[in-house]
Design a protein around this ligand. Structure first.
Ligand code: GLY
Length: 376
């Protein structure tokens, strides 16, 4: 633990050469944001990109913290939700940055969840060919995944995240106390991505989560440590493969099945949110690995037991409203970007914390598996 003033925060460095940056994780960082940002970007002004929900709870405190450190700011408030990852919101954001006459050395600050971070990062990456960018993630999912690693972008009617750039922030401030205001369902959904890091390559972390998840939900040191460990895990992968030509794809564990389930529900968040889809998808990836004799069924049972204990769905038949048949799910998988010439790419596993990229998974095996799963 490193002391930052009176606040205990953990620092996780992301080692990307001249684009290296720190992730600070701990309670009270929103109130200290001005000092932390001014210390790294002296003389900066800022455009804060946020959404209406986050603005209602955190924007005043955040702007006051910036002002106390001498940072002038303007705020862009987006409508909450995935629809804001659009050309229209990008145009509005870019225009607000230019109207405030911000320069390349000034900062675009994302104050919000994954949608805000992806859109603000894209704006920061393209306005004046690249301004400073700071992430202040306010959801668990954004703190452990989307705010770290530099993926930015928007959706188009042809698909999600199809337009964007890799653009790393200069600093990430993950205030663990802001998670207290999240609805339980959203916190749980983010927790699926926490468990994912244990399942990818950190078996000891997964065992620690099994023992400590209740403390992570209630806050305090265990929450800070869990988020820091996820950021270390993600930083390690991003340092090796920033642009996803290899191992970064491991971060998609559970996402191929998960995206198909999200598509089958028409991305209706009332039925299934992304993290819940990832939870079901991770259980399916482990069950499918057992069916292919790669891993023991005991491992998939263990994954299912843990995710179920925290209250996440683990089986497709727990998704309300009825699902498409196996062939339709397979067609959603085949449309996913992980397909190369008919062979399906999945993240499979040899056991807890032993995930790997499997490039030649036969569609017929996946279809038979999904038929069995949907019957259960
Ligand atoms: N969320 C997956 C990645 O950053 O690569």
């Amino acid at each position: 633990m490193q002391e930052i003033g009176e606040v205990n925060a953990v620092t996780v460095p992301v080692g990307l050469g001249e684009r290296a940056y720190d992730i600070l994780i701990g309670p009270g960082l929103i109130a200290r944001a001005g000092t932390e940002i001014a210390g790294r970007l002296p003389g900066t002004r800022a455009a804060i990109v946020t959404d209406e929900n986050v603005a209602a709870v955190h924007l005043d405190t955040f702007q006051a913290a910036l002002a106390a450190a001498g940072i002038e700011s303007v705020a862009v408030r987006l409508k909450p939700g995935e629809r804001s990852k659009s050309f229209e919101s990008l145009e509005r954001t870019v225009d607000a940055i230019l109207e405030a006459k911000l320069e390349r050395r000034d900062a675009v600050i994302a104050l919000g969840g994954g949608v805000v971070g992806d859109l603000a990062g894209f704006a920061a990456g393209v306005v004046r060919r690249g301004m400073n960018f700071v992430q202040v993630p306010t959801s668990l999912l954004a703190q452990v995944d989307s705010s770290v690693g530099g993926k930015t972008g928007i959706n188009t009617p042809r698909g999600k995240n199809l337009v964007g750039v890799f653009y790393q922030p200069r600093l990430v401030l993950a205030d663990t106390e802001v998670l207290d205001t999240l609805p339980l369902r959203e916190f749980r959904a983010g927790y699926a991505e926490v468990a994912k890091y244990g399942l990818i390559n950190r078996p000891d972390f997964f065992a620690w989560l099994e023992a400590n998840w209740e403390e992570i939900f209630s806050g305090g040191a265990a929450r800070t440590e869990a988020i820091a460990e996820c950021c270390r895990a993600k930083a390690e992968i991003v340092e090796k493969d920033e642009r996803e030509t290899g191992d970064r794809a491991l971060l998609n564990l559970g996402h191929t099945f998960g995206h198909a389930l999200e598509a089958a529900t028409g991305y209706d968040g009332a039925r299934l949110v992304h993290g819940e889809a990832v939870a079901v998808g991770m259980v399916l990836a482990h069950k499918f690995s057992a069916r292919m004799n790669l891993a023991s069924p005991d491992d998939s049972a263990r994954v299912e037991a843990h995710l179920s204990a925290v209250g996440l769905p683990t089986r497709p038949n727990q998704i309300p409203g009825g699902l498409a048949d196996a062939a339709t799910l397979l067609s959603f998988i085949a449309q996913d970007k992980k397909v190369t010439r008919g062979a399906l790419t999945f993240i499979l596993t040899r056991g807890i914390g032993q995930s790997f990229i499997a490039k030649d998974v036969p569609g017929s095996e996946v279809l038979a598996f999904l038929e069995d799963v949907l019957r259960q």
